[in-house]
Design a protein around this ligand. Structure first.
Ligand SMILES: Cc1cc2nc3c(=O)[nH]c(=O)nc-3n(C[C@H](O)[C@H](O)[C@H](O)COP(=O)(O)O)c2cc1C
Length: 170
């Protein structure tokens, strides 16, 4: 048993596993539940838009349907949100998530992974989360192509600090 509050949730989307690695490490470190956002039809070639990132061609809906999840984020007091940056902002599955879940008065910490072009990600997330208490914000540069152990260590220390601050009501 640890001292962390029971109702802590980590919600994440990850396309290439960088954000997943951080999200899973944070959840383990603070004893949180984990909710992965999974777009339905991820491999359907008829999905609307093609977005090019470097040499990769990625199907990108602005608000993709998500696989159903049986966790109710509203039941949690502290929620970590983790996303890769896509096209200078948070990834589209979070757009769907924000229209499905109405947050109010929650302690929220968000993090994102990226390759150097952060764009308006922080501002966009803060806008979606108006009415909540933002207790932390972190970003991680290209985790899987960096020193992943060091990044995980930084991420888990940050998460423990966030839990501490949110318990202290700071
Ligand atoms: C469709 C797409 C768009 C992206 N757009 C950006 C961007 O605007 N800025 C940036 O720094 N990285 C961008 N990236 C790189 C990812 O944010 C980065 O590799 C991230 O760590 C991937 O996380 P993941 O492995 O959890 O999917 C993009 C990647 C993809 C696939």
């Amino acid at each position: 048993m640890n001292d962390y509050p029971k109702r802590t949730l980590v919600v994440f989307y990850s396309y290439e596993d960088s954000t997943r690695t951080i999200a899973e490490s944070i959840a383990e470190a603070v004893g949180a539940d984990l909710l992965e956002l999974v777009p339905r039809d991820s491999n359907n070639p008829n999905r609307p838009m093609n977005y090019l990132w470097e040499d990769m061609s990625v199907q990108m809906d602005s608000e993709p349907d998500l696989e159903e999840y049986n966790i109710a984020p509203e039941d949690y007091d502290l929620i970590f949100l983790g996303t890769p940056i896509w096209a200078m902002t948070f990834a589209p599955p979070f757009k769907t998530f924000f229209s499905q879940v109405q947050f109010e008065g929650k302690n929220i910490a968000f993090f994102y992974t990226h390759e150097g072009l952060r764009g308006v990600t922080a501002e966009s997330l803060r806008k979606e989360l108006i009415g909540n208490n933002i207790v932390g914000h972190a970003d991680f540069y290209d985790p899987l192509n960096s020193d992943i152990e060091k990044i995980v260590e930084t991420a888990t220390s940050w998460a423990r600090e966030v839990v501490y601050l949110s318990r202290a009501g700071v």
